[in-house]
Write a protein that binds this ligand. Structure first.
Ligand code: NAG
Ligand code: NAG
Ligand code: NAG
Ligand code: NAG
Ligand code: NAG
Ligand code: NAG
Ligand code: NAG
Length: 391
């Protein structure tokens, strides 16, 4: 009898060891070479290949990973990608990132990707300050995403991280992706060159996506010390954006706040589906254009339905506008053609609970109407003009 009990104990012990071994097997810690000249992406991609199916890819706090090629999350299935240290893009490859690859973090046709820092100390550094300082600029539309979520990806979470100085876009979300959650993030740029177009930096740019939550995110875009211009856009909703909640978000030193921006993702999303079912709440803005619409006219009719900004604090900038003919370059033929031809159908658009430097609440029933092809049913409630505490 006694030996049987002992044996059972031994089996139990063995079983525990097997579970521990499995857990360890399911965590991959790729090697950080520690040299800017050596690309750490192959090792990271290998770790995703090995542990991406339900496991953890760990970039520990003591390590700096310098990368020169994309990280492909497509093989992740319920993977947990933990960045506790720093992941930095190597310098001097701006043409490569702009012309040869899709993005730095590519999440295409993936299900269940969690990118996060558990300690909150993880940093993703796009390292693009010398790109911002480039001496020439070709003003083509659209910008490359650092993180690209596309091709029907679902259940994607990005949490508890600092992203800084990415080349052009922090996140582009598109391609019929769903269930996208962004929580507790800081997105910053320093020393941007403010003489370039203001849409060159975008926090979240999305179109043809459904079910998106952006919560507790602080964005702060700074230009060079000798320039004094708001730059970039924090959140942009393009065609086909549906069921989005943005809450507890601050947007500072930005040209644009949380805006309907149809026609800005490039290549252009050819979809009649406009922007619908969007709620932006507890949004703090310091910049130029806080809420409403700033769209590019692509010739398509623009549809907007059920979009609400509720609880907005304006530290500086225009609180609400509805302008479907935005074009930074102000091409001479673009603006008059747009004014004459743009067609908009915007219904159930609400601007509620605005505080701070909001001035007078709009009362003009034709607010936002540019021509007789634009229908804008905007509702304003509870605006209180006040001096905000300056930060
Ligand atoms: C998305 O799918 C299309 C068509 O299959 C493909 O050409 C494209 O490369 C994919 N995008 C990414 C980022 O993988
Ligand atoms: C996603 O991958 C599956 C096969 O793994 C393929 O059948 C499907 O077309 C892909 N979807 C997109 C949008 O690329
Ligand atoms: C998204 O869905 C639309 C409409 O069904 C389709 O035309 C488009 O090709 C899809 N895009 C991707 C990347 O799957
Ligand atoms: C309007 O959009 C909000 C936010 O997505 C959603 O909760 C609400 O159900 C929508 N209302 C209608 C009538 O669709
Ligand atoms: C505008 O859209 C609403 C619903 O989104 C629709 O009921 C209405 O007929 C449309 N009006 C025009 C002039 O297209
Ligand atoms: C709103 O408040 C600001 C700052 O207190 C003040 O300068 C401005 O005159 C006010 N505007 C209106 C329309 O009351
Ligand atoms: C709309 O405006 C255009 C130009 O301003 C005018 O030619 C046209 O007759 C107007 N249409 C309607 C239905 O009022």
């Amino acid at each position: 009898m006694r030996s049987i009990v002992l044996l059972r104990g031994a089996f139990a012990l063995l079983f525990v060891h097997v579970i521990e071994a499995l857990a360890a097997e399911n965590t991959c810690t790729p090697l950080a070479n520690g040299y800017e000249a050596i690309d750490d992406s192959p090792a990271i991609n290998e770790a995703i290949g090995k542990c991406g199916d339900g496991g953890t890819i760990m970039l520990p706090s003591s390590e700096i990973y310098s990368i020169r090629s994309p990280i492909d999350f497509s093989q992740c299935k319920n993977c947990d990608f933990q960045i506790e240290g720093t992941l930095i893009t190597a310098r001097g490859q701006w043409d490569y990132w702009r012309n040869s690859v899709d993005s730095v973090f590519t999440i295409a046709n993936a299900t269940g990707v969690r990118i996060r820092s558990v300690t909150g100390k993880g940093v993703i550094d796009g390292n693009a300050i010398d790109f911002y300082a480039r001496s020439s600029w070709d003003p083509h539309r659209g910008g490359r995403p650092f993180v690209h979520v596309t091709n029907g990806s679902s259940n994607i979470r990005v949490e508890n991280l600092l992203f800084k100085n990415v080349m052009q876009r922090f996140f582009i979300l598109e391609g019929n992706s769903t269930a996208l959650r962004f929580n507790n993030l800081r997105l910053t740029t320093e020393q941007q060159n403010g003489i370039y177009a203001e849409f060159d930096t975008v926090g979240f740019e999305m179109g043809q996506v459904q079910d998106v939550d952006i919560e507790n995110v602080a964005m702060d875009f700074r230009v060079r010390p000798n320039q004094n211009r708001a730059f970039g856009t924090c959140v942009a909703f393009d065609a086909g954006t549906k069921d989005v909640r943005v809450r507890d978000v601050t947007c500072r030193h930005a040209w644009g706040g949380a805006l309907i921006m149809l026609g800005t993702i490039f290549p252009i999303i050819r979809s009649d589906a406009g922007a619908s079912n969007i709620l932006v709440s507890n949004f703090i803005f310091d910049g130029d254009h806080a809420t409403g619409m700033q769209s590019w006219w692509t010739g398509q009719k623009m549809y907007v339905n059920n979009v609400t900004w509720d609880g907005v604090t304006i530290e500086s900038g225009t609180p609400a506008e509805f302008f479907p003919c935005y074009a930074s370059m102000r091409e001479t033929s673009y603006i008059p053609r747009c004014y004459a031809n743009v067609a908009v159908n915007a219904t159930d658009v609400f601007f509620k609970d605005f505080r701070g430097r909001v001035g007078k609440m709009p009362t003009d029933p034709n607010w936002g109407r540019l021509n007789n092809l634009t229908l804008v049913e905007a509702h304003f409630e509870d605006w209180v003009n006040e001096t905000t505490k300056m930060v």
